[in-house]
Design a protein around this ligand. Structure first.
Ligand code: BEZ
Length: 272
C-alpha cells in the first residue's frame, strides 16, 4: 500500500484529500480481487480506446484508472498518459506497471488546461457529485480538448439492484437511498456536460449483457459493498446469497452468469 512520501511518482495535491477517499460509502478495493473477479472491465474497453484514438503527441488523463490495465493500453500509443485513482491498492497496482498516477479523488481539482484528452472507463458511475467531477474534467482540458468516457447508463444492473433491494428488505434492512451508483439517461448526462462547459459530440446507451468470469457471487463480492454497509458483517454473506437466488434468471442454459450491463458512452468537447 502506498504511503505518503514513500517511492511515489505522483505529485501530491495541494488541497487535502477528502475525508472519504473512496468513491462510494462502504466500497474499498483490492487490486488482486478486482483483477480476479472483474478483469473483464478493462478487457472490454477496446472500443472506447478506439473511440479516443490516442496520438503519440498527446497528454491524456485516465480518470479512475484502477489497476492501470487500460491506461497501459493508452500508453502504447506513445501518448503521455497519467492515471487518476483515489484507492491506494489500485494506484499501487497501476504504478507497478510503470504508470504515473495522481492518487486523488476526481471531486478535487486535478489540473488546469493540462490535458489534450480525458478518458474514463467504468468509473463515473461511482461519483457522488457528478457535476463537480465534470467541471474538474473541463478545467483540466486544453481548449478544444475531448472527454471520452463510458459508464453505467440508465437501466444498468437493474436486476442486480432490484435483487439487492429485495434481499435487504426481506431481512428488515434499509436500502441506501439514493443508491450508490449514478446511471444517467443520455439526455440527463448531456445537460450536465453542457452545464459544465462541453459540447456533446456523441452520446448513446449501449445494452451490453456481460458474462461474469466468477459468476454473480463474484460480482456481488466485488461491487455490492455499498448496499451492505449498514448490515452487520456476519449477515452480509446471507444477503448476498439471497440476492444470488433472486438473480437466477441471469444464468443461462449452460450455467454462465451474465450481468445486465447498459453502457452510456459519450464524446464531449471543451466548448470554452
Ligand atoms: C458497471 O461497470 O456498470 C458497474 C460496476 C460496479 C458497480 C456498478 C456498476
Amino acid at each position: 500500500m502506498a504511503t505518503p512520501g514513500q517511492g511515489r511518482n505522483d505529485d501530491r495535491p495541494a488541497a487535502p484529500l477528502r475525508d472519504q477517499a473512496h468513491p462510494a460509502a462502504g466500497q474499498s478495493w483490492s487490486a488482486q480481487g478486482y483483477a480476479h473477479h472483474a478483469g473483464f472491465v478493462s478487457e472490454l474497453g477496446g472500443p472506447l480506446v478506439d473511440l479516443l484514438d490516442p496520438r503519440g503527441d498527446e497528454r491524456i488523463l485516465d480518470l479512475g484508472c484502477g489497476d492501470g490495465a487500460l491506461t497501459a493500453r493508452l500508453a502504447q500509443s506513445g501518448a503521455e498518459v497519467v492515471g487518476l485513482e483515489p484507492d491506494p491498492s489500485m494506484a499501487a497496482a497501476a504504478r507497478a506497471r510503470g504508470l504515473t498516477v495522481l492518487e486523488r479523488d476526481a471531486h478535487d481539482p486535478f489540473g488546469e488546461a493540462a490535458f489534450d484528452a480525458v478518458f474514463s472507463n467504468a468509473a463515473l458511475h461511482w461519483m457522488r457529485e457528478p457535476a463537480q467531477v465534470l467541471r474538474n474534467v473541463q478545467a483540466s482540458l486544453r481548449p478544444g480538448g475531448r472527454f471520452v468516457a463510458e459508464q453505467g447508463g440508465f437501466g444498468n444492473v437493474a436486476a442486480v439492484v432490484t435483487a439487492l433491494r429485495g434481499a435487504l428488505a426481506a431481512r428488515g434492512h434499509p436500502c441506501p437511498d439514493p443508491g450508490p451508483w449514478d446511471f444517467p439517461r443520455p439526455e440527463a448526462q448531456s445537460v450536465r456536460l453542457e452545464a459544465a462547459g462541453f459540447r456533446v459530440a456523441e452520446i448513446a446507451l449501449i445494452p451490453r449483457p456481460t458474462p461474469l468470469p466468477t459468476g454473480i457471487a463474484g460480482w456481488l463480492e466485488t461491487f455490492a459493498a455499498p448496499y451492505l454497509a449498514a448490515v452487520p458483517e456476519a449477515e452480509r454473506p446471507a444477503i448476498r446469497a439471497d440476492a444470488e437466488v433472486l438473480l437466477t434468471p441471469l444464468r443461462d442454459e449452460t450455467g454462465q452468469w451474465w450481468a445486465d450491463y447498459v453502457r452510456l458512452r459519450f464524446v464531449a468537447v471543451k466548448s470554452d
